[in-house]
Design a protein around this ligand. Sequence first.
Ligand code: HPA
Length: 300
Amino acid sequence: MGGGGCTPRKEHMHEIYKRAQDAAGHIRQRSPNAPAIGIILGSGLGNFANRVQEQVSIPYSEIPHFPQSTVVGHSGKLILGHIHGVPVAVMQGRVHAYEGYTMPEVTFPTRVLGLLGCRTLIVTNAAGGIRPDLPQGGLVAISDHINLTGMNAAVGPNEPRFGVATGSGQRFFDMSNAYSPALRNLAQQEAARRNIGLPEGVYLAVLGPSYETPAEIRAFRTLGADLVGMSTVHEVIVARHMGLQVLGLSLVTNLAAGVLDQPINHEEVMQMGLQAEADFTSLLEALIPQIKAETAQHHA
Ligand code: HPA
């Protein structure tokens, strides 16, 4: 874990770019096919990685500068290969700000996915359901987010080189439609064909690691949040800075604090991941070629 607080100084930002290039260079040596789609698997959703064909699996510990996860259920491997012929890079496990990682560390893997050539990022997570009609064990397509972590991964001197491939990388960048309506629409159509419920929802991010109080959840509901979690928003901010299209999927592992009169525990969160995994895996697998086609159109 590098020190230095959350605000990188100018020389540090150049260093982050250099480190991300180092990491990307190492990954390219081990798997020369440039991935088109990057996928970050959240708590309990790691088994999707088994679907990757012709896979090259690289433990994070072997990638220069890659942060290592400390949380049970986040195993820490980058898996490269193909899904229905589409080159993908799958992150099995991520690191979180609540573990003590800085913003550049939390978003380092996303930066590397961008440098490897990914034009789409699929971010997944476990979340607490705030809106009463979101069932425990169900999937939700993230339509927007509210970042209440008190942090922003784009803080610090701007590094435009992260956006050159897409004509992005500006100091100030748009966050309307940060979660691509086109990709969400594809996901919802595919879910409907498979009889999988996929309502939309607004994801609110907190720092954690404590779960929320019931009063906080009531406040978040008033703010317009449907889901609450401790990840995703930083990765999405950085992805948008690099001009990537984003699809966000949440698995509702539990109802948020105070919705039911019972405490929340991490084991339950993990268990629910296993149960919903089959739906999640089949949906995502079927979506990959459709997303590739859609993104090709977007960048045409
Ligand atoms: N709150 C925050 N993060 C979460 C939750 C929750 O209820 N469930 C899974 N991740």
